[in-house]
Design a protein around this ligand. Sequence first.
Ligand code: ADP
Ligand code: MG
Length: 340
Amino acid sequence: MRFVLLLGLLVASGARAETLALRGATMGTTYHIKFVAEPGSIDAARLQADVEKVLAEIDRQMSTYRPDSELIRFNRAPAGEWFAVSAATAKVVAAAQAISKKTDGAMDVTVGPLVRLWHFGPPTGDDNKFVPPTDKAIAAARKRVGYQNLEVRMKPPALRKKIDDIEVDLSSIAPGYAIDRLARLMVKRGLKNFMVELGGEVRAAGRRQDGQPWRIAVERPSAGERELQSSVALDNASIATAGDYRKFFEHQGRRFSHIIDPATGRPVEHSLASVTVVADTCMAADGWDTPLLVLGPERGYECAKKHNVAAMFIWRDGKKYDVRETPAWRARVNQRQHAQ
Ligand code: ADP
Ligand code: MG
């Protein structure tokens, strides 16, 4: 018994292990997977093919970029009737709707018409015209937005619109779900020590080859350059960040983020620069980061605290940045500050 345990420890300590990496493109972004395995124990090419298969399936279900995806077909469907979707799509919509209720609608997957109006989302052909829309156009788009106008059921999985013209855009949460699916695949292949990154969101399990936890850098928000703020040890957990500093456009000195406040129909414009969330699943982390950014440094912080979400808020204060962490963040996150 003792001997078996010792052998197990030797393998875990990396004496006979190697770290392998897979990378590729999906959902308009890239993915990157690292895993620790005994040499020869994993067929990396086959694993990559399986990864691509999972991602292609999610793309067929939830993409807003491909005209034949399940979501795009639902978006074209009329109101009033249940539209059958995959269990995966229903699950992600249900998770999003639950967060919408807890955030007073700051999370809203029906925000698509506004995202398009503000020139984010699928290319429309006139993407160089970064001119803010008129109040009239915003008001018209807002009539087509509202998570209360969307229903979801699991048995059998289906979506229903209460009014015509409602659209679903899962960009704020689907990447996190995709990461969870890839993590499940890794576990199914017998892997215990791995890290999956997709579009900047990460889920990690087990340890690195050197026995240390996977550490994820959290950047200091700053448009031109990438500066390190701190790093977070991830022990069987996920991390996601929503920020207004990388995807935005400027018009007459004002900065417009790609995250829309459904309450105003406009991109968020407060001093909050980014929100990072740590959760068990990456779907939860990715689902929460967006509405917390919408709610801003005070309301977002209070909402995260109320729902026990581990979140770190970074906001601008003149030229410097201030940081605020919820009690759940401090309790669960092992964070190391780096020189700035
Ligand atoms: P990113 O990692 O791209 O910064 P987020 O998880 O913050 O992503 O999601 C941003 C995307 O979600 C936007 O590009 C848009 O398609 C969509 N979106 C924008 N505002 C909202 C909102 N209030 N609720 C839900 N989705 C939103
Ligand atoms: Mg998100």
